[in-house]
Design a protein around this ligand. Structure first.
Ligand SMILES: [Zn+2]
Length: 256
């Protein structure tokens, strides 16, 4: 039975039998795994403090060829969302839930792992949570091609990093951005969702920097509300198409 050690993020857990837990975790190198933490629900378990959603852990696990579940030898917390401000716990759960929906079993995705770990670091540093949530959603959507990789008009090539005053239009059907001038030229074709100059500035910033560097941009409540509505719509659409998930969709629709 091969034994693996890795950095991982805990995504969720559920009860198994009398005293065990099943732990779903995203490894840095071998994708999402599902494993058994023996006796994790006992008071003196070696897993105490390591299994909150989004906890960054150092894990050792072994795989059996015939089983879908791996066995967890240990999970040592490296960084916990519990060390951040009080409200960070519910957001940590939200981030972990989205990572769980996006990550594929056994499919290595180091980028997704690093995104989750960087957001956890920012939570622990007390970065403004609403800005951080929009940052995280932007990157998840971008990694899936829901957001275009470049912030330019797909018709005329105008760059949005200089933030045109007129804003732009995002088509959620094909994930393209159109500047307002080009959109005006397409008679009756202002399709999709308008993005304000402030929202474009936030996206340009999020695209180029880490979550610890959001600064003042994360304090504009109008922009954050605009992006929250947009991201919810994009995630619902994406998840319905790709994953037919219900759990996170319901959480999003409830207004998580
Ligand atoms: Zn254009």
């Amino acid at each position: 039975m091969p034994l693996y050690t890795a950095d991982a993020l805990v995504l969720r857990t559920y009860k198994l039998g009398e005293a065990d837990r099943i732990v779903v975790f995203l490894t840095s190198d071998r994708g999402k795994k599902r494993g058994v933490a023996k006796s994790a629900r006992r008071p003196r378990s070696r897993f105490v403090g390591a299994l909150e959603p989004l906890t960054h852990v150092r894990v050792a696990y072994f795989e059996k060829e015939t089983r879908e579940l791996v066995g967890l030898n240990y999970a040592e917390p490296v960084r916990s969302p519990l060390s951040g401000p009080g409200e960070s716990v519910s957001h940590a759960s939200y981030f972990a839930e989205l990572l769980d929906e996006w990550a594929q079993a056994d499919d290595p995705n180091e980028t997704l792992f690093r995104l989750g770990a960087s957001v956890l670091d920012a939570l622990a540093e007390g970065v403004d949570i609403e800005g951080l949530a929009r940052y995280f959603e932007y990157w998840l959507l971008r990694l899936q091609g829901v957001y275009p990789p470049h912030l330019v008009c797909h018709r005329c090539g105008q760059r949005f990093t200089g933030v045109p005053e007129a804003g732009a239009w995002l088509s959620p059907l094909d994930g393209v951005l159109t500047c307002a001038t080009c959109a005006d030229g397409l008679a009756g074709h202002r399709m999709g969702t308008p993005l304000s100059p402030g929202a474009l500035a936030f996206l340009a910033h999020a695209r180029a920097r880490g979550p610890l560097e959001l600064g003042d941009l994360s304090r504009s409540s109008g922009v954050l509300a605009e992006l929250e509505t947009l991201h919810r719509a994009l995630m619902v659409r994406h998840l319905e198409r790709e994953l037919r998930s219900t759990r996170v969709l319901q959480a999003i629709k409830r207004g998580h």
